[in-house]
Design a protein around this ligand. Structure first.
Ligand SMILES: Nc1ncnc2c1ncn2[C@@H]1O[C@H](COP(=O)(O)OP(=O)(O)OP(=O)(O)O)[C@@H](O)[C@H]1O
Ligand SMILES: [Mg+2]
Length: 207
């Protein structure tokens, strides 16, 4: 569970986030929608402690959380290096079978030894998504993971997200795709004037 008592974030005089008393429950998928510039990425970055906020009272374990950012972030080197090296560097467990399965499912297997900078936008997005899931964290923040992906790949991502929920994890996904949000979410929120406004909840969805 993530319990937010208060978040306030300004850029100069502009209030970007003002969230009070909000709970992200375990084993639930939250979609966050909203206009460009409404603060969705800012919220994920505050939760992941990538950026500071002006006020923040949140109860959760920071080390349990991983963010897949909107912009891809890679090291120099091949696709395979980028998927394996973070685990070599940190000593975290790497599930090699899961990695191999994802590469095949996403059709990236034959690109393993390609320089990451030469991959297409969608291929890079898939690589970043795979790396995020390999961390095997309890809370997974996904910022428009499928924005540049084809339909088949988007469905693989959606299946993987539903699988995370089955394992009891919290998934918070930012998306502009309302149909996608309806397919997978327990709750759909809209970021509006810095606040999270509930748009739809799917109470009967199986756990
Ligand atoms: N480092 C920064 N300095 C100043 N303003 C910023 C900074 N980062 C973001 N902003 C502003 O904060 C607002 C929220 O940005 P954010 O990236 O959270 O939007 P978003 O909802 O994710 O939009 P999109 O759908 O386009 O990804 C925007 O108006 C943006 O211009
Ligand atoms: Mg954004």
């Amino acid at each position: 569970m993530i319990e937010i008592k208060e978040i306030k974030k300004y850029y100069k005089d502009k209030l970007i986030l003002k969230i009070d008393n909000f709970i992200f429950k375990d084993k639930k998928i939250y979609s966050i929608m909203g206009k460009n510039g409404s603060g969705k990425s800012t919220l994920l970055s505050v939760l992941a402690q990538v950026i500071e906020s002006d006020k923040k009272i949140i109860y959760y374990k920071q080390e349990d959380l991983i963010l897949c950012p909107q912009e891809v972030v890679f090291l120099k080197g091949t696709l395979f290096y980028n998927l394996v090296e973070p685990f070599n560097l940190t000593g975290l467990y790497l599930d090699k079978q899961k990695l191999a399965n994802f590469l095949v499912d996403f059709g990236l297997d034959n690109l393993k030894n390609s320089e990451i900078k030469n991959l297409s936008g969608g291929e890079k997005a898939k690589a970043q998504f795979i790396r995020t899931l390999l961390y095997n964290k309890e809370v997974v923040l996904l910022d428009e993971p499928t924005a540049s992906m084809d339909k088949k790949s988007s469905f693989i991502v959606e299946d993987a997200i539903l699988d995370l929920k089955k394992k009891g994890k919290i998934v918070i996904i930012v998306t502009h795709d309302y149909e996608q949000a309806c397919r997978i979410s327990d709750y759909i929120y809209e970021m509006d004037n810095g606040e999270l406004v509930l748009k739809k909840e799917f109470l009967c969805r199986e756990n």
